[in-house]
Design a protein around this ligand. Structure first.
Ligand SMILES: Nc1ncnc2c1ncn2[C@@H]1O[C@H](COP(=O)(O)OP(=O)(O)OP(=O)(O)O)[C@@H](O)[C@H]1O
Length: 233
């Protein structure tokens, strides 16, 4: 029996208005799929559209055309409130810049990640996740009292707090030292494996990409990139 699909992208195009007028085509992706529980890494040149693709999958932005399905949900048919609910119930997102709330402690930041999803605060899970990321003794610290690597780990705990089906991680090791890098990757991969969470992780680090069975280069799945390359060569 084949593994059920978690993410199906079909014929998705995304362009942005350019400051000087006209539109910049960034993505033209005929097909991109992730199976339930699958772990894939996305690589590609800077400015190529990796973050834009994650934003589309997260429903943070909408495509010009095409279809994005996550489980039974067609994202392009949802209202903004519907996309908020989809994010809360199905998705974890580790942002490049963490996006922790500075006025709240590490524990509160993790609990904030789950409050929308479950409608209740699962304190035990928040503590378990902080323990898992090695920050049990930092639960009451605010982001400004944590190192950059520790903030990154809080952001990972928060993204996992609502037990998502799909985790999107945008360069989760960009701000941690090489020694912590492997810990962060192991943490994300083990948790996703244990909880059957699909993973799409963006990285510029080949040491990280090489650890994954599935490595997708955006240049290979994005026709907009090929069109732009063809125009300049
Ligand atoms: N809101 C926006 N308005 C206009 N252009 C945008 C917007 N967001 C992204 N872009 C453009 O889309 C392109 C792709 O950006 P994106 O951030 O997705 O690239 P990336 O592959 O994630 O890059 P990096 O590896 O440097 O993080 C860039 O040329 C960028 O200027």
């Amino acid at each position: 029996m084949s593994t059920p699909a978690l993410l199906n992208i079909r014929a998705v195009k995304k362009s942005f208005a350019q400051p000087g007028g006209g539109r910049l085509p960034v993505l033209d992706v005929p097909q991109f799929d992730i199976a339930a529980g699958e772990q894939a890494v996305l690589i590609g040149r800077s400015g190529g559209g990796k973050t834009t693709l994650l934003h589309l999958i997260a429903g943070l932005t909408t495509p010009d055309e095409g279809s994005i399905r996550v489980g039974d949900i067609e994202l392009t048919e949802l209202s903004e409130a519907g996309r908020d609910r989809y994010r809360a119930s199905m998705l974890g997102y580790v942002f490049q810049t963490f996006n922790l709330l500075s006025g709240f402690t590490a524990l509160e930041n993790v609990r904030l990640g789950m409050s929308f999803a479950s409608g209740r605060h699962d304190l035990a899970r928040a503590h378990e996740l902080l323990d898992r990321v090695g920050l049990a003794d930092r639960a009451d610290y605010r982001p400004s009292q944590l190192s950059v690597g520790q903030q990154q780990r809080v952001a990972i705990a928060r993204a996992l707090s609502s037990k998502p089906r799909l985790l999107l991680a945008d360069e989760p090791t960009a701000n941690v030292d090489p020694a912590s890098q492997q810990q962060v990757i192991d943490l994300i991969r083990e948790t996703c494996r244990d909880e059957q969470i699909g993973l799409l992780l963006v990285t510029h680090t080949m040491d990280v990409a090489d650890q994954f069975d599935r490595v997708e280069n955006l240049a290979d799945i994005n026709l907009a990139f090929k069109a732009a390359a063809g125009a300049t060569h």
